[in-house]
Design a protein around this ligand. Structure first.
Ligand code: FMN
Length: 223
């Protein structure tokens, strides 16, 4: 009995391990004069559902995010349009080591939470295998002070604006993937509650959709 009590007391004295610390990732400057011709990229654009367990290179990660919604002008405006230029869409980047938020102005990934949450972005088998998942989340707080317009802009309209902007960003990312020989697939089947449970979101944030990106795996044999 005494032995058991001593062991229990020792267990209680051991502090839980610290969660791994996630550092911000400064992305390299993207090459903006490279890639395949636009018409060829459009011809190559397709959904991919087979992935190798291979990470993107630092350059590919940087360029993917710049293509999606990076700054392309001196005034800070982006590669994708945004209603009233409010940038009311948060782009989460779910990597094996942790989840980050894309800060387009600094071209940086800001840490959100350590751990692999790719599975929390969707139940399809490849979602946990592809190099990363992008998750688009509307931040309705960024559309809250619309002044005179406020009366005529409903919550539904705000979600529509965010979805239009996120759709444009997603297609930019898809065309970059086509140009770079990477696979991608947009996934509307993300469970918003599962993602919000894994990566805490604020009440004003609404999960829109996910997109897997990665190095394509073997093509399944046709039966
Ligand atoms: C709004 C939307 C939701 C989608 N959701 C999923 C999904 O949850 N899982 C999936 O594997 N593909 C999903 N897709 C991809 C479509 O299945 C795919 O685009 C379609 O089959 C046409 O194939 P393609 O993209 O190769 O042209 C989605 C596409 C859109 C536009």
């Amino acid at each position: 009995m005494l032995v058991l009590l001593t062991a229990a007391a020792e267990d209680a004295a051991v502090p839980p391990p610290d969660p791994p610390k996630l550092e911000a990732i400064q992305l390299a400057a993207p090459r903006t004069d490279a890639g395949m011709p636009l018409m060829k990229a459009l011809k190559e654009r397709r959904s991919t559902r087979s992935y190798a367990e291979t990470a993107l290179t630092d350059r590919q990660l940087s360029e993917l995010l710049w293509a999606a919604n990076g700054v392309n002008r001196d005034d800070g405006k982006r590669t994708a349009p945004a209603a009233l230029n409010r940038q009311a869409v948060d782009l989460y980047v779910v990597l094996p080591g942790g989840t980050y938020l894309f800060d387009a102005l600094a071209h940086r990934l800001e840490p959100v939470k350590a751990g692999d949450f790719r599975k929390a972005t969707g139940g399809q088998e490849f979602a946990a295998r592809a190099a990363l998942a992008l998750v688009w989340v509307a931040d309705l707080a960024k559309l809250s002070d619309l002044g005179e317009r406020a009366r005529s802009v409903t919550e539904t309209q705000k979600i529509r604006w965010a979805l239009i902007a996120a759709g444009a960003q997603s297609q930019n990312a898809a065309l970059y993937c086509a140009s770079e020989g990477l696979g991608n697939v947009v996934r509307g089947s993300i469970d918003p509650d599962a993602f919000a449970a894994a990566v805490p979101l604020r009440p004003e944030q609404v999960v829109l959709f996910a997109q897997s990106v990665g190095v394509p795996g073997p093509v399944p044999l046709a039966r």
